[in-house]
Design a protein around this ligand. Structure first.
Ligand code: CU
Length: 343
């Protein structure tokens, strides 16, 4: 289904034939996935959906020039159907469950999916997942089988939220400095579904005109949103939606007793599903904030996205809705009582 190629990011966003570029540009080599068979249910250019009980078959071709790759299916158990052996050798761990896929070579992953929930896949070789080689997989189940099914009205593929810390140098360079140098190297920014402007609190002139990722809702409905963290360094991310409460209903793929919070923290490799009640009456937009802690706190790495009500499809992605309130302050310390039921 997939191949992998190296491109150079020049900080540009292509949309409708235009190139938008403003502010400082940080060049970096990134890794991309390219889908070859668009009829597959498992889309690798964003988020894919499969069904509980499916067998996923993925042919991965490595188009890198010299590095090997493997794909790890994060959170999937590799267990087979009842009374049949599983496929631990499909887990994608280099030199443990398989040799890395050499350049210009295919490898076929094939495994059974016994459990529903929110998962993701990423390269397990070197630091490739930090430079772009990852994506989400949603394993769906028959309506009503989720014990929290009655807490939401919509469960849409476009409400999958992939977040990660983002570095202006190749991830391996940053990690080596963090682990073996003086520890001062930190992520500069964060991405939400692969994009978002670089924001520097000390110098607003370098903010580039990259559009914020938008999540669209209709007033009066409840939406299941699935958050996946592909953070690389030690970067817990505080997630909040301005003027909205979030009801957490699943953790790492598994349903939990619902709990309503103002914000929550997602750590590297975790998945949290929450229900957002779009209970504001008029159309408009609200900030969704993703604030980094620990390693991400040094340079205040953070990102925003937009929760947009009842938006027309033809609104220019680069124009902020007219009624946006000020951006939330950067804070990684939640206010007291944030995790309480007594809001
Ligand atoms: Cu993983």
């Amino acid at each position: 289904m997939a191949c992998c190629s190296v491109l150079e990011s020049e900080g540009k966003v292509f949309k409708k034939g235009k190139v938008f570029k403003k502010g400082k540009v940080f060049k970096k080599e990134v890794l991309l996935l390219q889908e070859e068979n668009r009829s597959l249910k498992l889309r690798i250019d964003g988020f894919g959906s499969v069904c509980q009980g499916d067998t996923i078959v993925v042919d991965v071709k490595n188009n890198l020039f010299e590095d090997g790759i493997t794909i790890h299916w994060h959170g999937m158990t590799m267990q087979g159907p009842e009374n049949s052996p599983g496929t631990p050798y499909m887990d994608g761990v280099p030199f443990l469950t398989q040799c890395p896929i050499p350049p210009d070579t295919y490898f076929r992953y094939s495994f059974y999916v016994p459990d529903a929930g929110t998962y993701y896949y990423h390269s397990h070789a070197e630091f490739q997942r930090g430079d772009g080689l990852y994506g989400g997989i949603i394993v769906r189940q028959p309506p009503g089988e989720d014990p929290n099914y009655n807490t939401y009205d919509f469960d849409l593929p476009q409400h999958t939220i992939l977040v990660q810390d983002w570095m202006h140098k190749p991830t391996i360079e940053k990690f080596i400095h963090m682990a073996y140098g003086n520890g001062s190297e930190s992520p500069e920014s964060m991405l939400v579904n692969g994009r978002g402007p670089y924001q520097n609190d000390n110098d607003s002139s370098i903010e580039a005109s990259i559009p914020y990722t938008r999540f669209k809702v209709m007033s009066g409905s409840r939406y299941r949103m699935r958050v996946i963290s592909n953070a690389i360094l030690s970067c817990p991310i505080t997630v909040a939606v301005d003027q909205h409460l979030l009801t957490l209903i699943a953790s790492d793929g598994w349903p939990i007793i619902p709990i309503t919070v103002k914000s929550f923290v997602i750590y590297t490799g975790e998945k949290w599903d929450f229900v957002l009640q779009a209970d504001h009456k008029k159309s408009g937009a609200f900030w969704m904030s993703f604030m980094g802690g620990l390693d991400c706190e040094n340079l205040r790495a953070h990102q925003f996205a937009l929760l947009v009500y009842d938006e027309q499809d033809d609104v220019d992605d680069l124009t902020l809705p007219s009624n946006m309130p000020p951006k939330p302050e950067y804070t990684v310390v939640p206010p007291p009582g944030l995790y309480s039921h007594n809001l």
